[in-house]
Design a protein around this ligand. Structure first.
Ligand code: FNR
Length: 187
């Protein structure tokens, strides 16, 4: 099972990137996670840009080929970071509509006490318009993120690691059960 992972923080030392990089160790054995890189290369969306930027094509192709997508994002001002929204706006203009029917799970880490919940509900709304299939439960919000990771980025908080593992296990079943056009395991 191939899962693309989008991390929406560009910051060195990002807690969301730490979370994204811990997923492989906590995922079920048959889940292969690939981080989509170079979010910073997306230009500001403008319909006047006639030629689709290479980074857009690269992400569109990766999402289209994946069995599912996990988005790991910070919350900025109770919503989705502009960098992520910009990338999603680009991807939404692709005629192939790579998110349509795609199983998607949302994760967030925040230094605050709500763990990025408000961002997730805005992102969920955007994903509904994309016709993505969103994992509803369990939800994963990593609150007080600064206290959950070691200096080397390892997720050291056991409760959080358990919640991440449970989230990934649930997403695995969800992905398996939501591949209408390309049943998982049949090709
Ligand atoms: C934040 N932060 C934040 N946190 C939160 O829980 N709710 C919020 O609305 C916001 N708003 C916000 C806006 C902006 C512009 C910044 C830079 C930060 C704090 C945020 O959770 C914290 O900086 C995280 O560490 C950001 O994630 P990364 O970069 O560590 O992955």
């Amino acid at each position: 099972m191939n899962i693309s992972v989008i991390c929406a923080s560009l910051r060195k030392g990002s807690f969301n990137m730490m979370l994204a990089r811990n997923l492989a160790a906590l995922a079920p054995g048959d889940m292969r996670l690939t981080l989509l890189e170079y979010l910073e290369l997306f230009p500001h969306y403008c319909a006047d840009i006639a030629e689709t930027p290479e980074i857009v094509t690269r992400w569109v192709d990766a999402i289209a080929a994946a069995d599912g997508v996990i988005v790991v994002s910070p919350e900025y001002n109770h919503s989705v970071p502009g960098t992520l929204k910009n990338a999603l706006d680009w991807i939404s203009r692709d005629p192939g509509k790579p998110f349509a029917g795609k199983p998607v799970a949302l994760q967030s880490a925040s230094t605050g006490m709500l763990g990025g919940a408000r961002m997730q509900y805005h992102l969920r709304q955007i994903m509904v318009f994309f016709d993505a299939r969103l994992l509803n439960k369990p939800e994963l919000f990593v609150s007080h993120a600064a206290s959950r990771f070691s200096a080397d980025g390892t997720l050291r908080d056991e409760n959080t690691a358990g919640a991440v593992a449970a989230h990934l296990a649930a997403f695995r079943l969800f992905v398996r059960d939501h591949q209408p056009e390309r049943p998982w395991g049949s090709n």
